[in-house]
Design a protein around this ligand. Structure first.
Ligand code: IPM
Ligand code: MG
Length: 364
């Protein structure tokens, strides 16, 4: 039986609570399926600043480099809000993405039928929404040089640089085409090529790559138009591929139409390493109260089974177990509505684990 080593970075706020839920689910599945997992914990974000003086300690990075996958909770909180940009907990996240070369960030946005009334969109618009944003994660204005606040002729000027090399575009675009092939074979590439040269290059590379994927239907949208179409016709999208900053913004928009940020997982993939984390943040206002929704982190662990360990049956079982508890009416406060069964983090985790046992028995 294969053994996989997982670096576990709980981070701040609700991070430790939701990661603990995901580990319980993985442990149960390990016993059911027969693969074997080794977990090792390390610090990242605010807790790492407090204990080690830096958001991404060297030993954390080394652990990630010798693991098969990384499971991350969340980083940040008000305690560290006054630190300068280059010392903040978020730097830990940006640093690890870059150090592991995690260039493709997959953010699925799925509207679950039992939760459809929590979507801010009309039900008939939201229904059936199931798409995935593939966001480039290691380039763009996030990392481009020069950057900084400089003084020119006695006045301050803030500078960031939007930059993509052709290869950076090509590798993420290929990943997106490959993912589209496994789904409904539709790809939307998002840019701002009516204004930006970087985007003209982006679009040209997408066109070049499209020749290798004739089965995939391709559309190009400007980012402003795409923002609009996501709320007008969300169920028409299958895979959206875009750069780092556009993807940051569009993936939050995609998240909110599903009804709860607490539901959305993510995977950040490179050619050698992979990191899995919920899309939501550290939610300091509810940290330690036992009410955080663990589903996004549990589904992130499911993505780990699929993309890092090649265990699609196990990944499907996790997704089915989550759907089953939602159908049964279990809800953490963030997704609660009248008539449902209100549970905390542990109650939701236990419900998912028992559904997982049933689903597994059905599949076996
Ligand atoms: C995200 C977040 C991060 C980003 C922040 C916390 C640095 O918004 O993962 O989307 O902008 O990438
Ligand atoms: Mg974001």
């Amino acid at each position: 039986m294969p053994t996989f080593k997982v670096a576990v970075l709980e981070g701040d706020g609700i991070g430790p609570e939701v990661v603990s839920s995901a580990l319980k689910v993985l442990k149960r599945l390990e016993a059911l399926s027969g693969f074997s997992l080794v977990f090792e914990k390390a610090l990242i974000g605010g807790c790492a600043i407090d204990q080690k003086g830096t958001p991404l300690p060297q030993e954390t990075l080394e652990l990630c480099l010798r693991s098969d996958a990384v499971l991350l909770g969340a980083v940040g909180g008000p305690k560290w809000d006054d630190l300068p940009t280059d010392k903040r907990p978020e730097r830990g996240l940006l640093g690890i993405r870059k150090a592991l070369d995690l260039y493709a960030n997959l953010r699925p946005a799925k509207v679950y039928e039992p939760l459809i009334s929590s979507s801010p969109l009309k039900e008939e618009v939201a229904r059936g929404t199931d798409f995935i944003v593939v966001r480039e994660l290691t380039g763009d204005v996030y990392y481009g040089e020069p950057r900084g606040i400089f003084v020119q002729e006695g006045k301050r000027v803030g500078i960031n640089t939007m930059k993509y090399t052709e290869e950076e575009i090509r590798r993420v675009v290929r990943k997106a085409f490959e993912i589209a092939l496994q789904r409904r074979k539709k790809l939307t590439s998002v840019d701002k090529s009516n204004v930006l040269e970087v985007s003209s290059l982006w679009k040209a590379v997408v066109e070049e790559e499209a020749r290798n994927y004739p089965e995939v239907e391709l559309e190009h949208l400007y980012v402003d138009n795409c923002a609009m179409q996501i709320v007008r016709r969300p169920s028409s999208f299958d895979v959206i591929v875009t750069g780092n900053i556009f993807g940051d913004i569009l993936s939050d928009e995609a998240a909110v139409i599903t009804g709860s940020l607490g539901m959305l997982p993510s995977a950040s993939l490179g050619d050698r390493y992979a990191l899995y984390e919920p899309v939501h943040g550290s939610a300091p206002d509810i940290a330690g109260k036992g009410i955080a929704n663990p589903i996004a982190t549990i589904l992130s662990a499911g993505m780990m089974l699929r993309y890092s360990f090649g265990l699609p049956k196990e990944a499907n079982a996790v997704e089915k177990a989550v759907e089953r508890v939602l159908h049964r009416g279990y809800r953490t406060p963030d997704i609660y509505s009248d008539g449902c069964i209100k549970v905390g983090t542990d109650g939701m985790t236990e419900a998912i684990i028992s559904a997982l046992e049933e689903v597994w028995a059905d599949l076996s």
